[in-house]
Design a protein around this ligand. Structure first.
Ligand code: ADP
Length: 417
């Protein structure tokens, strides 16, 4: 007797280990009913799940030769033994089903079967019943015992966990599909908007430039305002376009031997007026010429521009910006350090996400679209490099980028174009 019990428990343990390797829910539930028959020595076993839309139980696993017919049957909750187990969330053994008023005899008729005795346990998910696991007709002419309830309950908890995992997976996949669809729509919108805005903006810039040479001094400030703001719009559209190209994988590197010091000077030149206006001093350790790297000048220029522009934007008047370089064996590191407002630690990870800004759009004091750093990161990663930020709130930030001196051959590139 004891030996028999130990053998069954060992079997159960073995089965439990195997069950976790079955990932398809139907296969797993089907396996559970087969194992149940074997362990409790029943002719048949089945799993029924509650369907809230019909307020009935439906068969999801049963002996293969009965499953097709059983799948079409809806078992009423209030006039069946399975329904009683489900509503009471309690197990049951019945020695003679014919004598039990709850027995739903229609199933036997439909599948031409004769049920004599039964055992059934609820499938519980976080203390709520979701269905029933049952066994019918003990094979050796006996009736079902508490031991059978115990064995079935363990199998039922496996089934419940598998069902929960599968429901979570389905929900997760659905949410993922919805997100991808939204992302696709956003990308399409960005691609179309940046393309459609570029043409009229070019016309505005062209005409404004032409007019700026013709108008009297009195009107010049107005034309200047149009030109300045049209330039800002152009920058935004370029950022959006760059973002779209990079994200959709359309972007290609055009690699050439470039002088990093020269490129940095060009970028700094562009931002000196803004830095001067705020009395921000910029110091760089990178020699003005002589540090060569094999890179895409335009993309690297955009990345550097975005980081330096931010350093100026988020540093208060009178602050400082240091650009430090460090040569490594096959890499170069550039750190752009400012004495600005800093970034809260909780935001550090997210500032490289698209459209992310530390200050909410309603309260923020600084302009921008939250695209600069994501474009910089994608450009740097396209080179096989990486970028990260460190910061102390109220003291300043340090953006470090690490670039291979020669990108690896599998980088997405064309050479010398
Ligand atoms: P934006 O173009 O709006 O500045 P970015 O992607 O370049 O967008 O930067 C995202 C956010 O990261 C900024 O809105 C700002 O909150 C924060 N940030 C970036 N650089 C700095 C910096 N040097 N100092 C403080 N905050 C910064």
């Amino acid at each position: 007797m004891l030996n028999n019990r130990i053998t069954k428990l060992e079997r159960l343990l073995e089965i439990s280990k195997n069950l976790s390797s079955i990932h398809d829910l139907n296969t797993l539930l089907q396996h559970i009913v087969e194992v149940a028959c074997d362990l409790i020595q029943s002719e048949a076993s089945s799993i029924l799940l509650y369907d809230p839309s019909t307020h009935t139980l439906e068969f999801v696993a049963a002996p293969w030769f009965q499953l097709d017919k059983l799948k079409n049957i809806r078992v009423p909750i209030d006039s069946s033994i399975a329904g009683w187990v489900y509503t009471h969330a309690e197990p049951i053994t019945i020695d003679n089903v014919k004598a039990d008023k709850r027995f739903y005899s229609k199933i036997d008729k439909l599948i031409q079967y004769k049920t004599n005795n039964m055992v059934a346990v609820p499938l519980m998910l976080r203390e709520t019943p979701i269905g029933v696991l049952e066994g019918v007709n003990k094979t050796n002419g006996d009736t079902f015992t508490d031991e059978d309830i115990y064995l079935l309950s363990i199998l039922a908890s496996h089934a419940a966990v598998a069902i929960q995992n599968s429901q979570l997976l389905t929900r997760f996949q659905k949410a993922n599909e919805e997100l991808s669809e939204l992302d696709k729509q956003k990308s399409n919108f960005i691609a179309i908007a940046s393309h459609e805005l570029r043409t009229p903006l070019g016309v505005i810039l062209g005409h404004a430039t032409y007019l700026s040479e013709l108008v009297d001094d009195e009107f010049k400030p107005h034309i200047e305002a149009i030109l300045n703001n049209a330039e800002k719009l152009k920058q935004i559209i370029e950022d959006l376009g760059n973002m779209d190209n990079l994200e959709s994988g359309k972007a290609r590197l055009r690699l050439n031997n470039i002088d990093l010091g020269k490129l940095l000077q060009q970028v700094l030149q562009k931002y000196y007026p803004a830095a001067q206006q705020k009395d921000i001093a910029i110091k760089s350790s990178l020699p003005a010429t002589g540090v060569l790297i094999f890179a895409d000048e335009q993309k690297l220029g955009i990345a550097l521009s975005n980081i330096i522009k931010n350093a100026i934007t988020f540093t208060n008047p009178g602050g400082k910006i240091f650009i430090n370089h460090q040569m490594m064996e096959d890499k170069i590191r550039l750190s752009i350090i400012d004495t600005g407002i800093g970034i809260p630690e909780s935001d550090l990870e997210r500032i490289f996400d698209r459209f992310y800004q530390v200050e909410g759009h309603l309260t923020r004091r600084y302009g921008g679209m939250g695209l600069g750093l994501s474009v910089a990161k994608l450009n740097i990663e396209l080179h096989g490099g990486r970028i990260w930020a460190e910061s102390v709130l109220g003291k300043g930030s340090n953006f470090t980028l690490e670039l291979p001196i020669s990108p690896s051959p599998d980088a997405n590139l064309s050479i010398g174009v």
